[in-house]
Design a protein around this ligand. Structure first.
Ligand code: FE2
Length: 307
């Protein structure tokens, strides 16, 4: 069966490269969580999208802060950008989203993949979130399916569903650039883990092969970088061609079984992200804190495992 969504994305990249329709990307890197937030805009219309924003959070005190998000507000204001979208590539497990805070100040619509319903179901049960936690994606303004298309100003956007790291990962192809969330990392760093609830290494392989079928010249923007050994600077931009040639986990020639074996063995050695408990409980609610209790305070739960 032809992959019409992927074909549409690939054609879009080729057309935009031919016509010179390129988005401007400014990246804000959050050192505590190694997250790259991308502010991408169409220079012709100043329409802009903010992808994977970060709310600062101190786990010891439970205090939240918006210094990083304020930097984004300042940039958007100085550049006279008009925020149309706040996009999440997935429900992150390592940082809290600042999307609602940014939306209040800058406007725009909050979008994520349709499979968020699956993620809300998994984590709603895991955290016994109760009936007040709606598991229908209603915390978001738009739920994208594979192949969804819209525009950012004059720039075409095609959305691809790329599950595996989590069930709801999406890649946003904007003009000639792909914002691929946690699928691939920089070529010298490999790929994202696939062992969170609902994750699947085999599914991740297929999603990655799909992304790697985009034109080699496609600019690729990542959600994280941890500086591979031997590299001095953080990096978050590469190309599909560079990933195909050099990705240490999944360059051309690595087959599905070899990848799954490597990914599974590696995931078994990784500890959970420091902020997984607050991140998931906030991000499954679209970046909102859990419903306050009768004293007006929101709490993060930690399920204790029975030994
Ligand atoms: Fe992630």
């Amino acid at each position: 069966m032809p992959d019409t969504a992927l074909e549409a994305a690939a054609n879009q990249v080729m057309t935009c490269r031919a016509t010179g329709q390129a988005p401007v990307v400014r990246t804000f890197f959050d050192l505590p969580t190694f997250t790259a937030t991308h502010v991408v805009h169409d220079p012709a219309t100043r329409a802009c999208a903010i992808i994977d924003s970060v709310m600062d959070y101190d786990p010891a005190s439970g205090r939240t802060d918006h210094a990083m998000a304020q930097d984004i507000v300042d940039y958007v204001t100085a550049e006279k950008l008009r925020v149309e979208w706040l996009l999440e590539t997935h429900v992150h497990a390592d940082h809290l989203s600042a999307a609602p805070w940014l939306q209040k100040r800058l406007g725009g619509r909050l979008g994520i993949g349709h499979a968020i319903l699956k993620v809300q179901d998994i984590f709603g049960k895991l955290f016994n979130a109760g009936t007040r936690f709606a598991r229908d994606g209603s915390q978001f303004d738009a739920l994208f399916d594979d192949g969804a298309r819209f525009t950012l100003g004059a720039l075409p956007v095609t959305v691809l569903h790329v599950p595996g790291h989590t069930p709801a990962d999406m890649a946003y192809v904007i003009g000639e650039a792909a914002f691929i969330g946690d699928t691939l990392f920089m070529p010298d760093s490999g790929t994202a883990r696939a062992d969170f609830p609902g994750g699947d290494a085999r599914m991740l392989y297929h999603s990655i092969r799909r992304l790697l079928a985009l034109p080699a010249e496609t600019r690729v923007f990542l959600c994280h970088d941890y500086k591979a050994p031997g590299r001095d600077a953080f990096a978050w931009e590469t190309t599909i061609g560079a990933e195909r040639d050099n990705n240490v986990h999944v360059h051309d020639g690595v087959d599905e079984n070899a990848f799954v074996q490597m990914r599974t063995a590696r995931d078994a050695t990784l500890s959970l992200p420091n902020l997984i408990m607050p991140s998931v409980q906030v991000n499954m609610r679209g970046g909102h804190l859990p419903e306050p209790e009768d004293n007006g305070v929101s709490y993060i739960k930690i399920p204790l495992s029975r030994s």
